[in-house]
Design a protein around this ligand. Structure first.
Ligand code: URA
Ligand code: SF4
Length: 220
């Protein structure tokens, strides 16, 4: 196994079929230690697709993306930017939780996925793009940005502007959906707001909202 391709249903599959098939994905080793696949969720016809990194601890337990603390920040930031949090589609570059348990501890600590793991999982994202056909894709944080734009991506330099869509589809794997994507907007990961010092948190949050306003403006 080196990627998810053998597990992705044919191009007529809709979101429920994709989600069901993704539950059995063994396209990379990450399925082994995680509880379950956390597939994307939201409106099938969403104009915005938000891409996170990977499920966190809560997401792994509940089987749904962005249901933990970072998700609460994200929903509030979307609303403050004038984007209906219930009108978007949210997913992750990698669909299984990757973690370590430090010696003598119980808590599972998130570990960043490798480029290899993101590449292995990418066929699921391509399938989601094909079904949802978003107008704008939002990369949440450096890892999501790298998943789309490659290892040279730097969130500090590229955030808050409409970037050209990189065109990921080989052999038309998104069924032409990529042509409808007007571009990519990158911003920080909402968990950066949670990690910020108390004195800095408002500024970091406001930066996230400002970047999301670019997206709101694009939607008109
Ligand atoms: N962080 C992410 O990147 N994705 C989630 O689903 C939750 C937290
Ligand atoms: Fe499949 Fe992605 Fe999970 Fe790897 S992380 S097993 S490619 S769904």
């Amino acid at each position: 196994e080196h990627d998810a391709t053998p597990f992705v249903p044919g191009r007529r599959a809709r979101l429920p079929g994709l989600r069901k098939a993704a539950a059995d994905c063994r396209g990379c080793p990450l399925y082994q230690d995680a509880t379950q696949t956390v597939f994307g969720e939201g409106h099938t016809n969403a104009r915005v697709l938000l891409l996170g990194e990977q499920p966190g601890d809560q997401e792994d337990r509940q089987g749904r993306p962005f249901v933990g603390p970072a998700g609460r920040v994200l929903r509030r930031a979307l609303a403050d930017a004038g984007i209906d949090p219930d009108g978007v589609y949210v997913t992750n570059a990698v669909k299984h939780f990757k973690f370590t348990i430090p010696e003598g501890r119980k808590r599972r600590i998130h570990k960043a996925p490798t480029l290899r793991e993101m590449t292995a999982c990418r066929p699921w994202l391509m399938a989601e793009l094909r079904v949802v056909e978003p107008e704008v894709v939002v990369a949440l944080g450096g890892t999501a940005g790298k998943a789309l734009l490659g290892s040279g991506f730097r969130v500090t330099e590229q955030r808050g502007a409409l970037l050209p869509w990189p065109g990921l589809g080989d052999q038309g794997s998104t069924g032409g959906a990529e042509e409808g994507i007007s571009g990519l907007v990158a911003t920080i990961h909402p968990s950066a707001v949670l990690r910020a010092d108390d004195s800095d948190r408002t500024r970091v949050y406001d930066g996230l909202v400002a970047d999301l306003r670019i997206v709101a403006d694009l939607l008109g």
